[in-house]
Every structure is written in structure tokens, then in C-alpha cells.
Design a protein around this ligand. Structure first.
Ligand code: PSU
Ligand code: MN
Length: 310
């Protein structure tokens, strides 16, 4: 049973009850399942993510849009549908959510749309894998103007986003500058360096390091009293799951060449690149992706627990 709101949102009973009773809830996105992982593996990861959040004492709220309703908390059959091989779901950033609801369409939500929908539903913590960012210009071009809407939403919406940084295909320095311009605190979890998704370090430092969930919660709660922007908690991939530098660098160079030769642009860039990593690494990147997103789900839940206690 769901609680359907007039704005096209429908909150599962479990999530609605937890929010009503002020218990910890963690939002999870669906684009990483439908566009970032292959069928079969995506459903396993979806289940493990929800289990991880529960084991850490919070309620998971996976978010997607199905048949024109933005669902906050998916049932078993809804999760099956998001992960199905023939799902054919669109990738919905925040600009796509209104039209999708209005026109009765279905799609998976990105970091931008998941954090905005979570905020609307009253969920303050969201765990994911990688954040979108500023893209490097193609050879010969000055700028691409391909700046992920994830950054714009972090600037405006007060959700805590737990991720493992951004992929090294992006302009990490520019991404960090945009976050600073938009007053988004960037906290490094047990690290002084901003992580680069498959790799623990990027060579760029984080403005502030935090070493336990209570410290994250203290920083987030205080931020919310002085600003409306979101907070980014950057949690490096677990050391044992980190990709070897040479494998990573080879796949990245090949992936960039693939994007160039096929003329891939815009919202297709990330899915095409991820697929190349998964195929080219014989599954190493899949294990890495799963390990980091599970670690982020755990940290998100631990932080949500602390935020409820404070
Ligand atoms: N980075 C990843 N895996 C992903 C994504 C990003 O390593 O699955 C997804 C997220 O949903 C993110 C979106 O919000 O891609 C960013 O897309 P774009 O760059 O088109 O804004
Ligand atoms: Mn983009």
C-alpha cells in the first residue's frame, strides 16, 4: 500500500511510517541499477543495497518513476520492473520528472532527480555510487557545457548525498570549483583527498575531513541551520575493491576513444563508459561498483541514524 500525494508522488507505507515516526530513512537511486549495471546483477545489488541500509538501522527508499507516478520506496515487483532486461526505462534527471509524471511515462532517477524527490518526500539522506560533474571538453572545443544537473540540485536542495566522488573521466577540479561556488560543503570520509569512483584518490584535496558518522551528522545538522544547499559526503571505494591503476587508466583511455569515435554525447556518456569498463575489465569494475555503493549505503544509514538521534 502506498500513500499517494497530489503532486504525483507516492510514498510506500513503510517509508511514510518511518518518516512520520522520525526514524532514519535513506534514499537510493534507480539509474545506477537500470543504466549502470547489467540485468541480473542490478537486481542483486538492489536487494543488497536495501539489506545493507536495514542492517545499519534505517529504512531504504529506492526511487523511480513508473507509469507517471514518482515512487518513494519500491515494492518487490516494482524493483523487479526497474531491473528487468527489457525495462527500457528512460534516464530521468530533474528536468525530466515533471514531464514524465504529466505524460504518464516511466524512468529511472539520477542523483539530481533522486535527491530532489527525496527532499520533497522529507528524506534528508541519499546514498549513491558516483556523482555527475563537469565534463572535460572534447579535443578542439573550449567548453562542452555538459555540466551534470547533479551539481545544480546539490546547490539548491538540502539533501546529504553520500557518494564515492566522480569518475576520472570528468574534470574533477572544475567539479569541485562548481560545488564551492554553490556553497556545497564537501566532506571527505576518513580521507584528505577527493575520491575518483574506481580509485581512492584523485590528487585533489577535500576542504574538510570527517572520521565518523556522528561528525558527519553534526556538520550536516549545523549546515542546515545556516544554508539551504545540500552536502556532499565523499567516501572512497573500500581499499580491497579499488581497481588497479593500470587497468583503470587503460579502460579510461579506451572508453574516451569509444565515446569520441561513436559521437556519444550528453546523458548517454556515463552509461556507455560504464558498460565499456564492465566489459573490458571482465567484471572487476562491477565488483568495484558494487563494493563502493554498498559502502555508501552503510555510511548513509549510519549517518541517518545519527541525524535522528541528534
Ligand atoms: N556515475 C556513475 N554511475 C552512474 C551515474 C554516475 O559512476 O550510474 C549516474 C547517476 O545517476 C548520475 C548520472 O546522477 O549518472 C549523471 O548523469 P549526467 O552526467 O548525464 O548528469
Ligand atoms: Mn551531462
Amino acid at each position: 500500500m502506498n500513500r499517494t500525494l497530489p503532486n504525483g508522488l507516492s510514498i510506500s507505507t513503510e517509508v511514510a511510517e518511518a518518516l512520520h515516526e522520525r526514524r532514519p530513512v535513506v534514499a537510493l537511486e534507480s539509474t545506477l541499477l537500470s543504466h549502470g549495471l547489467p540485468p541480473g546483477r542490478n537486481l542483486e545489488v538492489a536487494h543488497r543495497l536495501e539489506r545493507t541500509v536495514r542492517d545499519a538501522g534505517a529504512v531504504p527508499a529506492t526511487i523511480a518513476v513508473l507509469d507517471g507516478t514518482a515512487l518513494i520506496g519500491l515494492s518487490q515487483s516494482e524493483l523487479d520492473r526497474v531491473c528487468a532486461p527489457d525495462a527500457g526505462l528512460e534516464k530521468l534527471s530533474l528536468r525530466d520528472i515533471g514531464p514524465a509524471i504529466g505524460l504518464g511515462r516511466s524512468g529511472a532517477t539520477t542523483v539530481a532527480s533522486t535527491s530532489a524527490l527525496a527532499h520533497t518526500a522529507g528524506i534528508g539522506v541519499f546514498a549513491t555510487g558516483g556523482l555527475g560533474g563537469v565534463h572535460l571538453p572534447a579535443p578542439g572545443a573550449a567548453v562542452t557545457w555538459d555540466v551534470s544537473a547533479d551539481l545544480g540540485v546539490l546547490a539548491r536542495v538540502g539533501t546529504l548525498v553520500v557518494c564515492s566522488g566522480v569518475k576520472s573521466v570528468l574534470d574533477i577540479a572544475a567539479t569541485l570549483e562548481v560545488l564551492e561556488t554553490n556553497s556545497v560543503p564537501v566532506l571527505g570520509y576518513r580521507t584528505d583527498e577527493f575520491p575518483a569512483f574506481y580509485r581512492r584518490s584523485s590528487g585533489f584535496s577535500v576542504p574538510l575531513r570527517v572520521d565518523d558518522p556522528a561528525a558527519v551528522a553534526a556538520a550536516v545538522a549545523a549546515h542546515r541551520a545556516v544554508a539551504d544547499s545540500g552536502v556532499l559526503l565523499a567516501n572512497p571505494i573500500p581499499a580491497e575493491a579499488e581497481m588497479a591503476a593500470d587497468l583503470h587508466d587503460r579502460l579510461l583511455a579506451e572508453g574516451l576513444e569509444l565515446l569520441r569515435s561513436r559521437g556519444v554525447r550528453g546523458q548517454d556518456v556515463t552509461p556507455v563508459l560504464l558498460e565499456h569498463f564492465h566489459e573490458g575489465s571482465g567484471g572487476v569494475s562491477l565488483d568495484a561498483n558494487e563494493a563502493l555503493v554498498l559502502a555508501n549505503a552503510r555510511l548513509g544509514a549510519e549517518t541517518a541514524v545519527e541525524l535522528c538521534a541528534s
